[in-house]
Design a binder for this molecule. Structure first.
Ligand code: F6P
Length: 385
């Protein structure tokens, strides 16, 4: 039996762990694995060559600790899902036909697609064509599929942000500055919120909780008035400023992507608070480097379980982490809605209990209740000699 694997979209720590788990479990069953290069592009024929290779256990041996992906990837290319005039998602039919031809010609009995939302959509379209596809969710943003508690890559990104803020704090403290740290997350605030808690940030601004800059300023001033030297603000790239996303435009192809809110916000906060402020964009450091142990293990588990799913001929499904168990749900369910943070969630309540400022409350509303003055001991409670 020959099965395939590819990863598409932005990379994230833990992809190689998935590949290792997949190849290892497949070879134990006597199957062979083909790995496609540079995302779905690997399925397209190229003049004078091929864009895939046989992934032997030797090739995939102990790659679990390596960042990036041994297969290469792309988040541009021919497989971007467009919405046609009828409102249906589609990839150009001739591209789909070429991909289908490669899969059939190689005799693939299954194809695992490691990817984010866009890639899962393409996987879903291939599955609709009757191809034996399964999907493995991947993103540092943790914003895929409400059925999965975590995606691999997320914990590694949170570690990078937390460690960076530990460093940023010491210099901010020395200068009594405010530091605005812009983090990834697309339109979700998972990275910002988790790293904000782990690194004891003062302010965490996330897309899921609308913030009022005046309230942020008031709360920051209250902290300063209490004698705090440094102020750490984390802002998720997908937050809106005056109701608008902040983006940068790619000069070559005109594509827009999120980014720039940290710079804009730091200027505004400096002006409004009078505190000297700097900003720092952690950018792709959050996606690079070795996966943390959690992501290595989750990646391997997804890879191994994907093979089991193929063995059971359960196609058109995506892997999820449900509590402590690796499970699967239909791809259609995984792409139906993003995984976002709710205001009532335990993680938000935890942050509030720590006094983290989300910018939706005034300092008075955030202030801890003053403990009731202890009642004077009544005469009868005094110990009698
Ligand atoms: O992997 C997700 C993500 O990191 C987003 O948070 C970010 O906006 C985007 O990818 C940037 O991707 P790239 O610069 O590779 O296009």
């Amino acid at each position: 039996m020959i099965i395939g694997i590819l990863n598409s979209g932005g990379d994230c720590p833990g992809i190689n762990a998935v590949i290792e788990g997949y190849v290892s479990a497949a070879y134990r069953r006597g199957w062979r694995v083909i790995g496609f290069h540079d995302g779905f592009e690997g399925l397209l024929p190229v003049a004078g060559g091929r864009r895939y290779e046989m992934l032997t256990p030797y090739k995939a041996h102990k790659i679990r600790s390596q960042g990036g992906t041994i297969l290469g990837t792309t988040n541009t290319g021919n497989f971007k899902v467009n919405i046609n005039k009828l409102g249906r998602a589609r990839v150009e039919p001739e591209i789909m036909a070429k991909a289908t031809k490669t899969i059939t010609a190689l005799g693939l009995e299954a194809l695992a697609v490691i990817g984010g939302n866009g890639s899962a959509r393409t996987a879903s379209l291939l599955s609709d064509e009757g191809l034996p596809v399964i999907s493995i969710p991947k993103t540092i943003n943790n914003d895929l599929c409400p059925a999965s508690d975590y995606t691999f890559g997320f914990q590694s990104a949170v570690s990078v942000v937390s460690e960076s803020i530990d460093r940023i704090r010491t210099t901010a403290n020395a200068h009594q500055r405010m530091m605005v740290v812009e983090v990834m997350g697309d339109q979700s605030g998972w990275i910002a919120l988790h790293s904000g808690i782990s690194s004891a940030a003062d302010v965490v601004l996330i897309p899921e909780i609308e913030f009022d800059l005046e309230k942020v300023v008031e709360c920051v001033k209250a902290k300063k008035a209490n004698g705090q030297r440094e102020i750490i603000v984390i802002v998720a790239e997908g937050c809106r400023l005056n109701g608008k996303l902040v983006t940068v435009r790619n000069k070559e192809n005109g594509d827009e992507r999120l980014g720039g809110i940290g710079n804009r916000l730091s200027k505004m906060l400096e002006e409004m608070t009078g505190i000297e402020t700097r900003y720092c964009v952690l950018g792709h450091t959050q996606r690079g480097g070795s996966p943390c142990p959690f992501d290595r293990i989750l990646g391997i588990r997804f890879g191994v379980e994907a093979v089991k799913l193929i063995e059971e001929k359960q196609f058109g499904r995506t892997m999820v982490l449900n509590g402590l168990n690796v499970d699967s749900v239909p791809i259609s369910e995984a792409i139906a809605e993003p995984r976002t943070i709710t205001k009532e969630s335990h993680i938000v309540r935890t942050a509030r209990e720590l006094g983290i400022i989300f910018g939706d409350l005034t300092p008075q509303e955030m202030a801890p209740k003053t403990p009731a003055t202890p009642a004077k001991a009544s005469k009868c409670s005094k110990s009698k000699k």
